[in-house]
Design a protein around this ligand. Structure first.
Ligand code: GRG
Length: 297
């Protein structure tokens, strides 16, 4: 009935940030206009309408801002509250934009490292324009993200997000250089996953809290929330790699295992059935064994 759907709409938290999210890709496109046309079109490629991806990180960050800014107007005189809170919101939207830029930069470099041909349901940038321009476009995005970050004039926030870039590189390197024992260890997987996926979400959540003027304790809770959400996000992403289809994933399924990356579903299965270690060992020696191995997994 009508009353049920109205009720549903009121409860949908995403409607609180839908307008801001719909402006995000235009804003990002504006932030990556470069002097050299080739670089501009490369950087723009992933902020085009229709290929934005899920925008999971900006969505969470805008919701976090909505939750945390509540205190601000209360603490201020009524007449200045609106002005201050809208400026604050612009700064927090800045965190959402910077976070998405860092994320996309990491995807551009990741696709080069993995020699991927598809991303977000379209040709990956390296596939369409080549590895060299993809690396440069990623660097360019990172640089624009740094300039936007500096404009926030908050050294703690700059430091948090600069450290995230190191974490992304650390996680990717851990994945690339792991020994067999490390690849089969759940602890190693969780540490790598924190660096590769959760750090960006946790630190940007903390940044939003700091900009809201929240206490160190609340900022830490925002960090913990982002960390757990990020770890859960990657675990689900790993499961979807097994259960999803090219259409639902925007890329081929089973791509992790084909790249010799042992993810959480396999680690859990190996804990339960130790005999799987042999199958996984054979698979790691020769990834073309994937079809045989999948029968067991
Ligand atoms: C240049 C910043 C930088 C890093 C270089 C290549 C590298 C080091 C890091 C790779 C990190 C990486 C790709 C981690 C995976 C994170 C992840 C879960 C990506 C998928 O995110 P989604 O599903 O993608 O949110 P969409 O397309 O929806 O945005």
């Amino acid at each position: 009935s009508d009353s049920t759907s109205t009720h549903k709409e009121e409860l949908d938290p995403f409607s609180l940030v839908a307008d801001e999210l719909s402006l995000l890709s235009n804003k990002l496109r504006a932030m990556v206009v470069a002097e050299v046309p080739k670089l501009a079109s490369a950087a723009e490629y992933f902020f085009k309408r229709g290929v934005e991806g899920k925008q999971f990180r900006p969505t969470i960050l805008l919701l976090m801002a909505t939750a945390l800014n509540v205190r601000v107007p209360e603490a201020l005189a009524a007449e200045s509250a609106d002005v201050v809170s809208s400026e604050l919101r612009v700064r927090q939207r800045g965190i959402a934009e910077i976070t998405e830029m860092i994320h996309v930069a990491s995807l551009l470099h990741d696709d080069v490292l993995d020699d991927a041909d598809t991303r977000r349901g379209v040709g990956s940038l390296n596939f369409v324009m080549g590895n060299k321009i993809s690396v440069l476009a990623g660097d360019f995005l990172l640089s624009r993200a740094c300039v936007a970050l500096a404009a926030l004039k908050n050294t703690e926030v700059v430091s948090l997000l600069a450290t995230v870039v190191e974490h992304l590189v650390t996680g990717e390197t851990m994945q690339m250089t792991s020994t067999t024992d490390q690849r089969h260890s759940m602890d190693y997987y969780m540490q790598k996953t924190y660096y590769k996926t959760a750090s960006l979400i946790s630190n940007s959540c903390k940044a939003v809290a700091l900009l809201a003027g929240q206490s160190a304790e609340v900022a830490m809770l925002a960090f913990e929330y982002g960390k757990n959400l990020g770890l859960a996000f990657q675990l689900i992403d790993d499961v979807l790699d097994f259960t999803g289809t090219s259409a639902s994933l925007g890329k081929g399924s089973l791509s992790d295992i084909r790249h010799g990356i042992i993810t959480a579903p396999i680690l859990f299965a190996m804990e339960e059935f130790p005999q799987l270690r042999n199958v996984v060992g054979q698979l790691e020696k020769d990834p073309t064994n994937v079809d045989i191995a999948l029968e067991y997994l």
